[in-house]
Structure formats: structure tokens, C-alpha cells
Design a protein around this ligand. Structure first.
Ligand SMILES: Nc1ncnc2c1ncn2[C@@H]1O[C@H](COP(=O)(O)OP(=O)(O)OP(=O)(O)O)[C@@H](O)[C@H]1O
Ligand SMILES: O=P(O)(O)OC[C@H]1O[C@](O)(CO)[C@@H](O)[C@@H]1O
Ligand SMILES: [Mg+2]
Length: 483
């Protein structure tokens, strides 16, 4: 297996039969001759009895598991887990944890399990919480975190550390890390946060510091492509059921009742799609990936009228990023951004409510009763459910094992059911609902809604699907020997 040259931040290894490892950085890449120590887990009363507890250094996990007889082995990621040798002595570790971006169920569980993992598995006692997101590194005090302090935080929503958008000043952050003597940095956040983590890692590497930078990807929208699923997503889908049930009860209790529920999903409609599929009470699901229109044949108004005539009531679920082009057209809305530079969206739920009410009032054909429910922040603020709690625990432990083993500049992630270490740059590939895929077809068949698509839209969607992804591009250039 040979190391390939290439882009400065890519560490790619190529093997036989089209095997590619998209590896993550390690201290030894820029700090040769570091001492190593035997992993204290070897003597741990709970873990020492586990057969093959340590991960083989050569274990990797394939990104694509559906293969043909002759297909190349494809891209792999380094398998997460405890290594036999570690690069830190327990007493020398000073770790810190920061949470950035929007809230998500499970943040406190990840914080708890990093603290308990470091302490119980590796005997690390010095752990700091950075308050209020990235700017907390240089603008706020830190809080000491102990297993006792974090004991029951997983039962609470939000993040005990606080969070923020904006305020990423790489130099000030790294100066602060260096001044405090921090040598493990755990960064929990979404795509913006992981971009921030990547530049922090680059600066740390440039300064030649022995500081592990580890990301734990957070997105309630489940919009990161490379991982199976993000923590908090299951909890969000489950909690969304309560809003959909309420909308259904309201709609079904009154003549021509329409229950409209807005769910999160800025660019990806996964929460709306899964909540719709799980509920079976939803008659129409609108997501950012699938354009729709209101007036005329095959439009939303026609469908609402038909459904009310058939059934007397209906439930509509709309993802917050759906129909933004329509709103922009009708409101000539200004484009605003939040402190991190994310586009601020217009409220599709409120806009759609008004449009539906106006339409039926104007037409005077039937009196409708529309109830609009926006549970978005109520969903985002709850604690994670049981399965997300276990998932968060494994992500946190993978992060701790990776840092102790000397890996850095990576995020943890579940790929095909296995925990892995993934280079930062892969975190920015977005996961979207593919509207020409089976899952979206299942939604359409469960709701009976029109697809709102003309032949041209379908062609365009297929073209997007067929376009080479970054992965294929890279694979192609690797095959051409470009790296
Ligand atoms: N390209 C970037 N370089 C450095 N820092 C960044 C970059 N993009 C975002 N950040 C910082 O990351 C933090 C979080 O970013 P953002 O508000 O976009 O949330 P996020 O991590 O994407 O989470 P989510 O969008 O899921 O709520 C902010 O402090 C922001 O300044
Ligand atoms: O209102 P805030 O806190 O900026 O966050 C809203 C955004 O965060 C997200 O949940 C992503 O984390 C989006 O779906 C949503 O648009
Ligand atoms: Mg984001």
C-alpha cells in the first residue's frame, strides 16, 4: 500500500484492486519520534476482558457496500476504536469541549460521554468546557468538567456549554489553546463548525503543536452525506409525530380542517420525509428538494380541494426550506444572513397558511379551517431519545479513542454501521433527499400527493443524480494517477 501525493490536506492511500483509503492526519505526520505508551484500557476491569478489544491499525471500513463481482474495492475510512498504543499519558492530557451552531438533541449526551470516556477509560482528570461556541475560547471563562458534574446532563435538552454562530477567529482560538496548554480539542457542531475545526487543525499543525483536533458532526437535519445518520435525527422525527398528531386531531375535528406543520430542514427535507412516512396521517409533504406550485392543474390548491372533498380534512407537512423560490417571487423578500453567513429563510409555514386561506376565501367555494403548528424549536430543544443516547455515547468514545491514539484533524462518523474516522473535508458534502429515488416514491405513494414535477424537472433531477460527485471525481483522478 503506497502513500500518494496530492492536495496538501488529503491523505490518500491506494491499494490493490481499486482500494482507496481516505485517511486522517496523525501526529507522526508532522511530529516524528513522539513517545508512545501502552493503552491503560489493557488493565481496566471492564474492558480488559473483551476479546480483541483493540482495533487493528490496518482496519478500514468501505464507503460503498453494494458492489459487483468486478467492481473496484473503492473508498475506505479508518476504523474507529481503541488502539494498543496511545500518544498521551493520562496526567498530561488537558482536554476541552466546545459546542457551536444550532441546538440538536443529544449535545449534552456527547459532552457527558466525552468527559466520562476520558475519565473512566483513560484516567484523564483535566477537562474544560468552552462556553458559548468558538468565541468562548477567547471571550469567556472556561468551566471544569468532571463525571460528577455531567452525571445527569443527558436528561436535559440544549447544551450545558451554550453555543453561538459567528465569532470564529482562528488565530485567537489557537493562541488560547496554546496559552492554556490544551492538547485535545473536541468540537461538536455542523458543517460550519467542522470547517472551523479544519482551519484550527491547519493552524495547529503549522505551529507544530501536539494538539489533537477532533470533530463530532451535529446536524438535526441529517444533511451530511458521508455518514449513515446524524445524532438527534431520530429524536427529532419521533418528536415531530406529536405535532403531526395534534395537527391531525385539530383538522379531523372540524369541517374542511387543514393541519399544517412546519419542520426543520434548511436544504434537506429528511425530517419532514421520515416524519411523514412514520405518521401515515400526512396527506402532503413538501421539501426543499422537490419544487411545487400552488395554482392551476396539478398544483397544491387543486390537490387540497380534492382531498377536502374526499376526506373532509387533511394534514400538510412542510420543511422550512421548501418553496423558498416561490416565497421570494411573491414577497420580493430581502436576502439576509445569520452571524455565520447562513442564508436566513422566509417562514414558509406562515406564508403557505396565508396563501391557502386567501385562495379559498377568494374562490368562495368552501370554508376552510386551517391550523398552523410550528414545533421547530420545541423539537430541537428536547433531550435525545434512548437510541440517540447510545449512538452519542459511541460517537463520543470513538472521538476519545482517536485523540488518545494520536489521530487529529478528523471527525467521527458512522459509515455502513461501523464507526470511522473521516477527514474534515468530507463533512461538507451535503446529503439531500433524491426525488427520483425509492424513498421519496414511498412518500408519494403513502400520501397520494401529486409529484408537482413536469418531465423537465424529472430530467433535471436525474441529471443531478448522475453528475459525478466529489468522490467519483477523486476516484477518477486517482485512477488516472493524478494524486
Ligand atoms: N468556513 C468557516 N471557517 C471558519 N469557521 C466557520 C466557517 N463556517 C462557519 N464557521 C463557524 O462555525 C460556527 C458554527 O457555524 P454555523 O452557525 O454555520 O453552524 P453549523 O456548525 O453549520 O451548525 P448548524 O448549521 O447545523 O446549526 C460559527 O461559530 C461560525 O463562525
Ligand atoms: O434559528 P437558528 O438557531 O439559527 O437555527 C435554525 C437552523 O438550524 C438548523 O436546525 C440546522 O441546525 C436548520 O434546520 C435551521 O434552519
Ligand atoms: Mg450549518
Amino acid at each position: 500500500m503506497g502513500q500518494l501525493g496530492g492536495k496538501a490536506d488529503l491523505k490518500v492511500v491506494k491499494g490493490d484492486m481499486g482500494y482507496i483509503l481516505e485517511d486522517v492526519p496523525h501526529f507522526t505526520d508532522y511530529l516524528p519520534d513522539l513517545p508512545t505508551y501502552s493503552n491503560p484500557l489493557q488493565d481496566h476491569p471492564a474492558y480488559s476482558v473483551v476479546t480483541q478489544y483493540f482495533v487493528d491499525v490496518d482496519d478500514t471500513v468501505p464507503q460503498k457496500i453494494v458492489v459487483h463481482k468486478d467492481s473496484p474495492r473503492g473508498v475506505h475510512f479508518r476504523r474507529a476504536g481503541a488502539r494498543q498504543r496511545v500518544y498521551f499519558e493520562s496526567d498530561d492530557v488537558l482536554a476541552c469541549i466546545v459546542t457551536c451552531g444550532g441546538l440538536c438533541p443529544g449535545l449534552n449526551t456527547v459532552i457527558r460521554e466525552i468527559v466520562c470516556g476520558l475519565s473512566h477509560m483513560y484516567g484523564v482528570n483535566r477537562i474544560l468546557g468552552i462556553e458559548g461556541g468558538y468565541r468562548g475560547f477567547y471571550a469567556r471563562n472556561t468551566m471544569p468538567l468532571t463525571p460528577k458534574f455531567v452525571n445527569d446532563i443527558h436528561k436535559r435538552g440544549g447544551t450545558i456549554l451554550g453555543t453561538s454562530r459567528g465569532g470564529h477567529d482562528t488565530m485567537k482560538i489557537v493562541d488560547n489553546i496554546e496559552d492554556r496548554g490544551i492538547n485535545q480539542v473536541y468540537i461538536i457542531g455542523g458543517d460550519g463548525t467542522q470547517r472551523g475545526a479544519s482551519v484550527i487543525f491547519e493552524e495547529i499543525q503549522r505551529r507544530g503543536l501536539k494538539v489533537a483536533v477532533v470533530g463530532i458532526p451535529k446536524t438535526i437535519d441529517n444533511d451530511i452525506a458521508v455518514i449513515d445518520k446524524s445524532f438527534g435525527f431520530d429524536t427529532a422525527v419521533e418528536e415531530a409525530q406529536r405535532a403531526i398528531n395534534a395537527a391531525h386531531v385539530e383538522a379531523a375535528s372540524i369541517e374542511n380542517g387543514i393541519g399544517l406543520v412546519k419542520l426543520m430542514g434548511r436544504y434537506s427535507g429528511f425530517i419532514a420525509m421520515y416524519a411523514t412516512l412514520a405518521s401515515r396521517d400526512v396527506d402532503c409533504c413538501l421539501i426543499p428538494e422537490s419544487p411545487f406550485y400552488l395554482e392551476g392543474k396539478g398544483g397544491l390548491f387543486e390537490y387540497i380541494e380534492k382531498r377536502l372533498k374526499e376526506n373532509g380534512h387533511m394534514v400538510i407537512v412542510v420543511a422550512e426550506g421548501a418553496g423558498q423560490d416561490l416565497i421570494a417571487e411573491s414577497l420580493r423578500s430581502m436576502q439576509h444572513e445569520d452571524a455565520s453567513g447562513n442564508k436566513l429563510l422566509d417562514d414558509v409555514g406562515f406564508w403557505l397558511s396565508q396563501k391557502i386561506k386567501d385562495h379559498f376565501t377568494r374562490k368562495q367555494m368552501m370554508v376552510i379551517n386551517l391550523k398552523y403548528i410550528d414545533p421547530t424549536y420545541m423539537i430541537r430543544a428536547i433531550p435525545s431519545n434512548a437510541s440517540d443516547n447510545v449512538y452519542c455515547t459511541l460517537l463520543a468514545h470513538s472521538a476519545v479513542h482517536g485523540a488518545m491514539a494520536g489521530y487529529t484533524g478528523f471527525t467521527v462518523g458512522l459509515v455502513n454501521g461501523r464507526h470511522t474516522y473521516i477527514p474534515f473535508h468530507r463533512m461538507t458534502e451535503t446529503n439531500k433527499v433524491v426525488i427520483t429515488d425509492r424513498m421519496w416514491a414511498r412518500v408519494l405513494s403513502s400520501t397520494n400527493q401529486p409529484s408537482f414535477l413536469c418531465a423537465k424537472d424529472i430530467e433535471e433531477a436525474k441529471m443531478v443524480e448522475q453528475q459525478p460527485t466529489q468522490l467519483l471525481d477523486e476516484q477518477k483522478s486517482l485512477d488516472n494517477g493524478c494524486h
